[in-house]
Design a protein around this ligand. Sequence first.
Ligand SMILES: Cc1cc2nc3c(=O)[nH]c(=O)nc-3n(C[C@H](O)[C@H](O)[C@H](O)COP(=O)(O)OP(=O)(O)OC[C@H]3O[C@@H](n4cnc5c(N)ncnc54)[C@H](O)[C@@H]3O)c2cc1C
Ligand code: FES
Length: 511
Amino acid sequence: MAETEETKRDPREGFSVRDLADGAMALGQVDSEDVVLVRRGDEFFAVGANCTHYHGMLSEGLVVGDTLRCPLHHACFGLRTGEAVRAPAFDPIPRWRVEIVGDKVFVREKLANPDRKYPVGPTAGPAVPASVVIIGGGAAGLAAADMLRRDGYDGTLTMISADDWPPYDRPNLSKDFLVGNAPDEWMRLRLPDFYDKQKIDLLLNSRVSALDIPRKRVQLENGQTYEYEALLIATGAEAVRLKVEGASESRVHYLRAFADARAIVAKAKSAKSVAVVGASFIGLEVAASLRTLGIEVNVIAPESQPLERVMGPEVGRMIRGLHEAHGVAFHLGETVRSVNGTTLTLTSGAKLEADFMVLGVGVRPSLTLAEQAGLAMDRGIVVNEYLEASAPGVFAAGDVARWPDPHSGERIRVEHWVVAERQGQVAAKNILGHRERFHAVPFFWSQHYDVAINYVGHAEQWESVKIDGDLSARNCAVFYERAGRILAVATISRDLQSLQAEAAMESRIPG
Ligand SMILES: Cc1cc2nc3c(=O)[nH]c(=O)nc-3n(C[C@H](O)[C@H](O)[C@H](O)COP(=O)(O)OP(=O)(O)OC[C@H]3O[C@@H](n4cnc5c(N)ncnc54)[C@H](O)[C@@H]3O)c2cc1C
Ligand code: FES
């Protein structure tokens, strides 16, 4: 139910039970806090209406079982506890006591959040390890460390990261951070004192150079060694680098780490024109952000439509039109043949001016450590449904992991933020012996100007694309199907439909 600031009711005055159908929600306000009243069967719950990730309005989300899902990036909260059950949110939402009197439901006083520390209670598997080492301080690494402590793990926990910053919001590097709308403090996934408080030994600027699996030991480039009883490999991916004939290194940029984004921001301050090489999600998000800053942007890519391989030609055309409407010039079916100063020569012979270039030509999972350690590999680290790699006590999560996806029936590896975080969370639970299967439906989003694309499922190849709605009006759901089965759904301006598609895919998985 859409409510404006003025019309939001105070749910302490009571809602008629009959007005709220099963699964429906009503938005209200208590002492200037937005509260959403949710009906689930004969039960009612009152919880905070703002998602703790990026303040998505939960009243526009979806109730699935005992959970409430956020419409923006699909965070999942427990209705009974307020707990952030699944990333990308990490913090719980507040709760209020609810009372039914006659045919009215009243929201009463605010409840204290339950203690987040649960006793460690392995239901199966090995004993709880005395020490855990996480290699990688990104999405999967942080989510795992957070969940280990949330689940009451009190052993030694070391997170080793080659990054120069504590875990940060990597997807934002190409979005608000590049535009200048997100100051550094917003980029942190956790406040600076989190690591001390949670006794997480976070080593920054520290690269693991070797992994000794028989001895259960990792070695850093500086020679230091750390022993572990359980290990999580969450080394993510690195940008694919291209040699561009004649281009000086100072004019060629990639975007993976915070330092890369800072370098682009510094260059953008005085730049008039930029060439984005590669029409990937990251390349196009960079194009959108730099256009927003008023910089002339040329996108050069070999394919005939941007994002065609992942989203099909229909969506590709729409994305291209969107960028063109914002002044981006595309040079498709082209690559850069050579560079001389600020002049680029394309394969067609066309010449372009660019103060600098951003290469967004894909990423490659960071697998060297795992390969050298002799773990089973298949274009990624092979893990089972519990995210265990081929050696006991070794887990992998995020961009590096290839797992058996029960939805597609295939072993897949993806590069999605929320998947990496959720895998980190499940790996943490399994390090503690809970034997939880990873069966989340893959989800990613991408933002171009004011247009967000949400995508659930996984479709590497499909037979047909069905569009519900109007792609040109940027209000639609796109279904990717094979053998009569929906493999994936991309939505634009249809957040609820995206959540519904995710829930439908979840329900196809037994147990
Ligand atoms: C600019 C940008 C925008 C993106 N936007 C989106 C988006 O909108 N939506 C979406 O779903 N996904 C997006 N992604 C993808 C998403 O960020 C990744 O899928 C996600 O970060 C993967 O998490 P991860 O933990 O596997 O790896 P990462 O987050 O990359 O973390 C890997 C960590 O491992 C460290 N590391 C690597 N090797 C070593 C080593 N040998 N020793 C120690 N540390 C090491 C790295 O320093 C880093 O800390 C984006 C990515 C980028 C770069
Ligand atoms: S704002 Fe709710 S998941 Fe991002």
